[in-house]
Design a protein around this ligand. Structure first.
Ligand code: NAI
Ligand code: 15L
Length: 267
C-alpha cells in the first residue's frame, strides 16, 4: 500500500525516462509533487508544481527545494559522457541539492545512484552494500561521489538518504545483461515508496532490480527498507535469447557487471 508520507515531495529529472514514468505513480506518495528538470516538462496537473531549473545553478536549486520535505533525485547525466557535463550536473548539481536540503530542512532523499558505481566487478561475483565501489567510468564515479556526499550530509546533519543503485529500469530488458539488471517501473515505485515509508532509513545503499532469477546484487543489508520486488525479467528470457547472439566471453562488456560502459572512452 502506498502511504502519503510527506506533504510535498520534489522529484528532479522529471523530463527524463524515469521521471516521466514515476510522475503519475508518485502522486500517491504526497499531497503535492513538485517536478523539476532543466528541460521543459508537461504542464502542472492538479497536485503538481513544475519548476524548470539547472542543478548547477545554486540559487535556482535553493528555490526548487524550498517547501519540500523529501526529494527523489533523478536529475543529472544518466550515461557515460565527457567530464564537463558530468561535473556540472552530477558533482556540482549533487552538492547544490544537498546544500539546499540542509538549508530548507529536508529530512529524506532518495538518490538515483547506479549499478555503474560497481561496474568493474565481474558478472560471476556478487556484491552487497559493503563491497568497495569499482566505478566503470566518469559517470559511475560521479554517482560514487553522490553516495559519499549523501553520507557526509547524514553524518553531519542527519539527512537520511537511500542510495538506490538502479540496474536497468526500462519498460522491458533490452539484452541478456539486462535480464540480471532489470527493474520494472512498478518495482521502482515500490522501492521508492519503501524508502520514503520505512521508519528509520539512515544512510542506506540498496540495489534496484526486480526479482530476476539471475543477478549479482545482494540486498541483505537493506532489509530495514522493506523492498519486495514483484516483477521479474524471467518472463522476457526466451524472447531475449531468441533475438540476441551467444555472448563472446572475451568481451569486457560480457565479463563485467557494467556491460558496455566499461569500454566507453577515452575518459
Ligand atoms: P534521463 O537521462 O532520461 O533523465 C535525466 C534527466 O535529468 C533529464 O530529463 C535531464 O534533462 C535532466 N538533467 C540533466 N542535467 C541536468 C541539470 N544540469 N539540471 C537539471 N536537470 C538535468 O535518465 P533516466 O533513465 O530517467 O534516469 C534517471 C536517473 O536514474 C539518473 O540520475 C540516472 O543516472 C539514474 N539511473 C537510471 C537508470 C535506468 O536504467 N534508467 C539506471 C541507473 C541509474
Ligand atoms: C545506467 O546507469 C543508465 O542510467 C541507464 O541508461 C542504463 O544504461 C543502465 O545504467 C544500465 O546499466 O543498463
Amino acid at each position: 500500500m502506498t502511504i502519503r508520507t510527506h506533504p510535498r515531495i520534489l522529484m528532479t529529472g522529471a523530463a527524463g525516462g524515469l521521471g516521466q514514468a514515476m510522475r503519475s505513480r508518485l502522486a500517491a506518495n504526497c499531497e503535492v509533487l513538485r517536478l523539476s528538470d532543466v528541460s521543459p516538462m508537461a504542464d502542472a496537473q492538479a497536485g503538481e508544481e513544475v519548476v524548470q531549473a539547472d542543478l548547477s545553478d545554486m540559487p535556482a536549486v535553493q528555490k526548487m527545494v524550498d517547501g519540500c520535505q523529501a526529494i527523489v533525485h533523478f536529475g543529472g547525466i544518466s550515461v557515460e559522457q565527457p567530464w564537463a557535463p558530468i561535473l556540472q550536473a552530477n558533482i556540482i548539481g549533487a552538492y547544490n541539492l544537498y546544500e539546499a536540503a540542509r538549508v530548507h530542512g529536508v529530512q529524506r532523499v532518495i538518490f538515483a545512484s547506479s549499478n555503474h558505481v560497481m561496474g568493474f566487478y565481474r558478472q560471476n561475483e556478487v556484491v552487497d552494500a559493503l563491497s568497495p565501489p569499482r566505478p566503470d567510468g566518469l559517470y559511475g564515479l560521479s554517482k560514487a561521489f553522490g553516495e559519499d556526499l549523501s553520507r557526509l550530509y547524514f553524518d553531519r546533519y542527519g539527512i537520511e538518504t537511500a542510495c538506490v543503485r538502479i540496474g536497468s529500469s526500462f519498460p522491458e530488458p533490452r539484452d541478456r545483461r539486462m535480464l540480471a539488471t532489470w527493474l520494472s517501473y512498478d518495482d521502482l515505485h515500490r522501492l521508492i515508496t519503501a524508502c520514503l515509508t520505512t521508519p528509520v532509513l539512515g544512510h542506506s545503499i540498496i540495489y534496484g532490480t526486480s526479482d530476476n532469477s539471475v543477478g549479482w546484487y545482494d540486498n541483505h543489508l537493506a532489509k530495514h527498507i522493506g523492498f519486495r520486488p514483484q516483477d521479474s525479467s524471467d518472463v522476457f528470457r526466451e524472447a531475449i535469447y531468441a533475438k540476441t547472439s551467444a555472448p563472446d566471453l572475451d568481451d569486457p562488456a560480457v565479463q563485467f557487471q557494467g556491460g558496455g560502459f566499461v569500454k566507453i572512452g577515452p575518459l
